[in-house]
Design a protein around this ligand. Structure first.
Ligand code: NAD
Ligand code: ZN
Length: 314
């Protein structure tokens, strides 16, 4: 293994031992935003060779069910996903993975960038779900790592203006540096925040990508999206929440779920390889495998954006 990024879900399993129905019942290796170097090949593998640097797509589906067959394998009921209990993750020195879920990195793409293909693929999938494209005015709610990869991706796909919200000023400043056209520090109720969005764009958002999971922000997402537009639910809010659903219905605002990704690694890699997005600035902290506890404490504290662990024995 080379580089493994820490994701909010890793922190969740570490701190709470569960996310919804996924409960850690036995010791489990954590980590799923990862890259490595091929040191051994399984029988019959011809797509890779020893020494190849690869990004690892962490979920391997059954390949047999109806969802797998239509290419929506992220919906497979038999998904084996790194660090989703009881499946071990790959924050380790050595790890075995299906060859067709390993993506060879060109020489000029680093293994850190390879690890970042994971969150970037979430954004590629989200943008595919709403067909984000040329000239769109896009609202992104939440400027955490997931909001930020969405920012980079919508820009790469030709969105003309992007507004991003957060309750944390530091995160908004980071987003501004990464290319957000407008930032809004959320202090008001959802309807008023939506009006602020309309003010900066001169119209409501064409598409809103909700990446905070805050219930009030999901309401804002609906109010701030134009009639006929689309709200993408990327943030995962636990439990049930109240939403202005009739407001969305009578204005034909489509609300779409987004769950991980399917067939998005090649696109995410191509975007990085062709310099259409630069994910490197997202990395704010670097640790060695031996410093994993410190790395997790840093990620948990909310300092910085992406914490990266290097697993090489040096
Ligand atoms: P994060 O916690 O680092 O970022 C969330 C951001 O939202 C924070 O900066 C926080 O300050 C901000 N926020 C909180 N309340 C807000 C509000 N009312 N309005 C606007 N912003 C607000 O998390 P992350 O790693 O960026 O992930 C974001 C969400 O995406 C999480 O819920 C995570 O579970 C989810 N996620 C979903 C998928 C998927 O497949 N759908 C994949 C990865 C992550
Ligand atoms: Zn399947």
């Amino acid at each position: 293994m080379r580089d493994v990024g820490i994701c909010g879900s890793d922190i969740h399993y570490w701190v709470n031992g569960a996310i919804g129905d996924f409960i850690v019942k036995a010791p489990m290796v954590i980590g799923h935003e990862a890259s490595g170097v091929v040191t051994k090949l399984g029988e019959g593998v011809s797509s890779l060779k020893i020494g190849d640097r690869v990004a690892i797509e962490p979920g391997v589906p059954c390949r047999m069910c109806k969802f797998c067959k239509i290419g929506r394998y992220n919906l497979c009921h038999d998904m084996k996903f790194c660090a989703t209990p009881p499946i071990h993750g790959n924050l380790a020195r050595l790890y075995t993975h299906a060859a067709d879920f390993c993506f060879k990195l060109p020489d000029h793409v680093s293994t850190e960038e390879g690890a970042l293909l994971e969150p970037l693929s979430v954004a590629v999938h989200a943008c595919n779900r709403a067909d984000v494209g040329l000239g769109h005015k896009v609202l992104i709610c939440g400027a955490g790592p997931i909001g930020l990869v969405n920012l980079l991706t919508v820009k790469a796909r030709g969105a003309s203006e992007v507004c991003i919200t957060d309750i944390d000023q530091t995160r908004l400043e980071f987003a501004k540096k990464l290319g957000a056209d407008f930032t809004i520090k959320v202090t008001k109720d959802p309807k008023e925040t939506a009006l602020q969005v309309e003010e900066v764009f001169g119209q409501p958002a064409d598409i809103t990508i909700e990446c905070s999971a805050a219930p009030s922000s999901i309401k804002t997402a609906i109010f701030a999206t134009c009639s006929g537009g689309c709200v993408l639910l990327v943030g995962m809010c636990p439990g049930e929440i109240q939403l202005p659903i009739v407001n969305a219905a009578v204005r034909e605002v489509d609300i779409k779920g987004v769950f991980r990704y399917a067939n998005c690694y090649p696109t995410a890699l191509a975007m990085i390889a062709a310099d259409k997005v630069d994910v490197k600035p997202l990395i704010t902290h670097r640790f060695k495998l031996e410093q994993t506890l410190e790395a997790f404490e840093t990620a948990k504290s909310g300092k910085g954006v992406k914490v990266m662990i290097n697993c090489e024995r040096k």
